[in-house]
Ligand binder design. Sequence first.
Ligand SMILES: [Fe+2]
Ligand SMILES: [Fe+2]
Length: 223
Amino acid sequence: MLCLKVPTDSAWVDEALRDIDAVLADHAHCEMKAASNALSLAARHPGDATLVRALAELAREEIDHFERVLERLVERGVRLGPPPVDAYAAELRRAVHALPHTAGGGGPLGDAAPLVDRLLVGALIEARSCERFKLLSEATGGGASPDLSAFWAELMAAEARHYRTFVELAERAAAVAADGDRGPGDRRAVVHARLDCIARVEAQVVSALANASAGASRAAIHG
Ligand SMILES: [Fe+2]
Ligand SMILES: [Fe+2]
């Protein structure tokens, strides 16, 4: 799916389905964090109107998702607790931060490298969520909870769109930073080489978390 290097392990869906309330509660916090990450990235680049507009639009949609997930929790009589630790996102950000800027072999991105990386990490997080919403939608469709299945499918489609938005913003950030010798094809190639490299890191993070999950609840989109 999208750029992912490893599929989610088959045990995850079973464990998530065992506690849908926990998945929804965890995901409510994910939506809130996605909105606040988009706004904090926009706040770091206030002079870039195209970037700020795209991130503000993304944040608006994530807040809408948050409200709708919260509504489902209220309907189910579940009170939203404090945000859980998101080991997946934290470890992915840490591992990517530790990568040399030239890893991936695409070439130098200069001052744009931190922004490109942050956008590509955002793309990977959206891609993994997209994959897992697809699994949940398929597992809950055709019977017991068609309404929930349709909700997962809608979130899956939104995450696929957000993945593309982040990749396009990364391509644009690289283009703005590129020297005059490079054409648009070269700049895309640099960003996609870096995306490939970060996707390999994401695969290691997701596999390590799955291996370390013995006894821990995995009823979360990043579980
Ligand atoms: Fe969302
Ligand atoms: Fe999203």
